[in-house]
Write a protein that binds this ligand. Sequence first.
Ligand SMILES: Nc1ncnc2c1ncn2[C@@H]1O[C@H](COP(=O)(O)OP(=O)(O)O)[C@@H](O)[C@H]1O
Ligand SMILES: [Mg+2]
Length: 603
Amino acid sequence: MPTTRAPAKDMTDPAGPAGRSAVRTLLRLWPYVRPVRVRLFTAAFVAIVASCVGLVIPLVLKWMVDGPVADRDPAGVWLGALYLLLLGVAEALLFGLRRWMVARPLSHVEAEMRAELYRHLQRLPVAFHDRWASGQLLSRATTDLMLLRMFLAFPLTFLLVNGVTIIVGVVIMLVQDWTLGLVILGPAVPVMITCIVFEKRYAEVARLAQDQVGDLTTVVEESVLGIRIIKGFGRHRTQARAFHGLSRTLRGTELRKAGLLATIWGVIVTLPEVAIGAALVLGTVRVADGQLSAGTLVAFLSTALALRWPVDSIGFLLAMSQEAATATERYFEVMDAEPESDRSAAGPGEPRPAEGDGLRFHHVGFRYPDAPADSPPVLEDIDLHIRPGESMALVGATGSGKTTLTALVPRLHEVTSGRITLDGQDITALPRAELRSLVAVAFEEPTLFSASVGENVLMGADGTAGAAELDRALDVAQAGFVRQLPQGTATQVGEQGLSLSGGQRQRLALARAVVGRPRFLVLDDPLSALDVHTEAAVEAALRRVLADTTALIVAHRPSTVLLADRVALLSGGRITAVGTHHELLSSNAEYAHLMSGEQEDAS
Ligand SMILES: Nc1ncnc2c1ncn2[C@@H]1O[C@H](COP(=O)(O)OP(=O)(O)O)[C@@H](O)[C@H]1O
Ligand SMILES: [Mg+2]
């Protein structure tokens, strides 16, 4: 369990935020948006209509000022007021309708994208998860997707709606009066330039902030999972300092975002305001000169004021779009990672095994994908044959590569050279699902899920295994203790449930491995946390199971080793000796040394 903060391992973006186009990135969302496109377009259309209804209001004002007001006709004024009221109500209703139209489909889009991300995460190879900090994945599945939903609901529509509104409004103003219209249009160019500059800068900072949220999530997650260690070692201060450091950095980034937003807002709000002021002065002069009707000036200015919100909002709509583009980018960084493939390595001429051939390693070499290129491989030229029904113990010093070797059989990692065969068939030629139903595994670090004991164990079998199989597996693993649990095998365990001891969890993991009566069993030191008596009982029961199972068992204690028919010694990444326990004990000094050390431990 990592107690100190591991840096977010993979957040490199080869193109860099500056090198991508926000629009092109956002276009990748189309497949997810497609199913709701009709709704979305209709809603946008409704919003455009609503916005344009708002623009009719100044025209009614003009009619009122130049007509009934000038003629002192109270009935006409009342009629005008009624029109205004109706237009206002219509505008509000249409905007409400738009909201109602998009809310449900967009939560659907978000849920769909999240489900797809989860599915993809399950299919990504272990090597991917080794590289990525879990907080980075978590933040992508939560914050980033929320940003995307908000983008689809709001900025996407309103960039369009406000754009159309501004164009229609400007046309109305130009039609009212050319000169005043050009005065209002004056700031357009500087505003656009500011927007472009702003977008670039904001993209970089937004990406930084979202990555930092991922880092922060990682720290929180590790602190929660490692809470015992943190408390036990009195590390809460250091941990809190790490957290504070990160959240200060994040705050700094957020402040930079706010600063950029403030700048663009300053420009976007001030320049048009100045233009409106200038138009007001010029317009008043021309009304006084009799070149312009009062109604036209009223209409012109109220149109200009009606456009203030669409123009002002562009700053933060662009900001939200940038964040959405970043979120999309982060989402697809995960989605683009290559999942485990079922490419068939074996040619069509692969000889089918006549009968069982057991588990064979043919000149297997392995190097972790993220290992430095000049480091020696973890495993080299491993040649090992475990005969059908035989159980082979794998012994080696810590770090010699035992866990790595066992992980190669169910293809949690792919061999870098050589091949592994099950009954003569290359494991890369088997569909993964089939391979993993043939091979059952139990690891030293047993993982239980938030589910009942029974569900956790039966996970090791296809859906057909029932209560009888469960009982048998629990007996083999000497996990009778579960019957004393408050609700027996229905007791909830895992993070949300009852805490079990290390040995208890190991026994459940072992039960999970044997419940499906697998042809091949791979156990990575599955008894390390058991006391000697329990271990002996598990072994006796395992021996019956192992009678017709081909098994590779990583072991430390002589008692576990004795369970196996033969022993292989792993040293320096190679198999240096194979034989029975007693043969190796008398002929191999390293083996004798490993066993003697362990004997003292076990007693
Ligand atoms: N995911 C990984 N990425 C890179 N190196 C690893 C990884 N896991 C283990 N190693 C390295 O591989 C070597 C063998 O590890 P391991 O198979 O766990 O040994 P053992 O189980 O025999 O103690 C160690 O040097 C370890 O540091
Ligand atoms: Mg190990």
